[in-house]
Design a protein around this ligand. Structure first.
Ligand SMILES: Cc1cc2nc3c(=O)[nH]c(=O)nc-3n(C[C@H](O)[C@H](O)[C@H](O)COP(=O)(O)OP(=O)(O)OC[C@H]3O[C@@H](n4cnc5c(N)ncnc54)[C@H](O)[C@@H]3O)c2cc1C
Length: 378
């Protein structure tokens, strides 16, 4: 089969689905290629948080505000329930830490958190263990069901005439430094514009072209609980999160990536929990950095670590029956997404490596789609 499209999007996770949807809205033809019909990807295991507050510059603060507006109207626009709601995010401060020192670490965010006493925090979240914390930082936060939202983008994309094929992109069709399309196991598809939204595999796809992106990946382990009597009112996370620091450090070890080898840095645990509207819970999360994608993960060990740390903060959740999963998540060491042309290659673009993906990817997909399609207007 040989087909031609204005745009090919590789990857049907959250980033690919929103970009494909924003492209098709402009009236161009779009093919979305996804290798896994079950979407067993980073999006599936995500907490679903919309971190309105995570911006450190006026520009990212403006994008975050656009993201909030985007999500507020999205269920109506897509004619499907994304389960959007506003929640309190409680960032717990360990009982041995000085709340004011931790609060000070948040001064470089444009939106400052409220510092709550233990009593105030437990009023908002009665499941918190008052003996484990010295206080809590509170933010207004948003929440969606990331998988449902991705599927809703895909359905809306199909209704507008987009095509989704479940095929694995194996090769890029290249001539004279220009990408002309892609090859899957059975088919070739042609387009003057191929956009890579392949999560952690974005790194591998560009490596085929001889480009080493400054985009890496973490291994993330999380426990999902489908049935319980728990009623968690808030999203709970650690105020002294270590994941972003780990990502910065991992980016400095470029020469060690893509080689066989052990964990690059010691694993970390950021204790967190969120309950979805349907009652489903996510408990997490262990982050590990290996230099390649073949690492064997000790899921039992990670499950034990997550349960031990949850037992301190939210004791009633620690022994819920659940399953520990692992997935790989793309990141860039400077927390800036890769959007646009890469190097001097023509016909290929990246849209990947976001921090706060669920909030920021939609407004940036809208802008990127508008930029890419302006030459298609009559
Ligand atoms: C435990 C956990 C909690 C998180 N919490 C949050 C949160 O609260 N808020 C937030 O904003 N983010 C959160 N994230 C991060 C967020 O979930 C991810 O950044 C986001 O889902 C990534 O989307 P993506 O489309 O880039 O990647 P993915 O969801 O991994 O999708 C990439 C897709 O590309 C496909 N693909 C790859 N290569 C090919 C190929 N060659 N051919 C065809 N298809 C291909 C894959 O099959 C996959 O479906 C969390 C992540 C985890 C693991």
């Amino acid at each position: 089969m040989m087909e031609n499209y204005d745009f090919i999007v590789i990857g049907g996770g959250f980033t690919g689905a929103v970009l494909a949807y924003e492209l098709i809205k402009t009236g161009v033809t779009v093919l979305l290629l996804e290798k896994d019909p079950n979407l067993d990807n980073a999006t599936r295991y995500s907490y679903g948080g919309l971190a309105y507050w995570l911006a450190t510059s006026e520009t990212s603060h403006e994008t975050a505000k656009k993201g909030r507006e985007y999500h507020r109207n999205l269920s109506q626009e897509l004619d499907a329930d994304t389960e959007f709601r506003e929640v309190n995010l409680l960032l717990t401060i360990d009982k041995n830490c000085d709340s004011n020192i931790i609060l000070n670490n948040y001064q470089y965010f444009i939106t400052k958190p409220d510092l709550l006493t233990v009593k105030e925090a437990c009023e908002l979240e009665p499941l918190l263990n008052p003996d484990a914390i010295s206080g809590v930082l509170r933010y207004n936060h948003g929440h969606i069901n990331p998988l449902k939202t991705t599927q809703a983008f895909q359905q809306a994309f199909l209704r507008l005439g987009g095509k989704i094929y479940y095929e694995d992109v194996r090769e890029l069709i290249t001539a004279n430094n220009t990408i002309q399309g892609v090859k899957t196991q059975e088919n070739s598809y042609f387009s003057a514009h191929t956009i890579v939204c392949a999560g952690w595999l974005t790194r591998k796809i560009f490596q085929q072209l001889g480009v080493n992106l400054k985009l890496y990946y973490t291994y993330e382990q999380v426990i999902t609980v489908t049935q319980s009597n728990i009623n968690l009112q808030t999203q709970v996370m650690a105020a002294a999160s270590q994941r972003l620091i780990l990502e910065q450090e991992a980016g400095k070890l470029e020469s060690q990536w893509d080689k066989m080898g052990n964990e690059l840095l010691p694993r970390i645990i950021d204790t967190g929990a969120i309950q979805f509207k349907n009652g489903h819970l996510c408990l997490g999360q262990v982050t590990q950095i290996f230099p390649n994608s073949q690492a064997k993960i000790d899921l039992k060990g990670s499950e034990k670590i997550i349960r031990q740390s949850i037992a301190k903060i939210l004791p009633s959740l620690a022994n819920l029956i659940g399953t520990c999963h692992n997935c790989l998540v793309a990141f860039t060491p400077n927390s800036q997404p890769l959007i646009g042309k890469i190097g001097d290659l023509n016909g290929i673009y990246a849209f990947s490596g976001f921090t706060s993906t669920l909030l920021l990817a939609p407004p940036l997909a809208k802008e990127f789609a508008s930029f890419l399609t302006k030459n298609f207007e009559d």
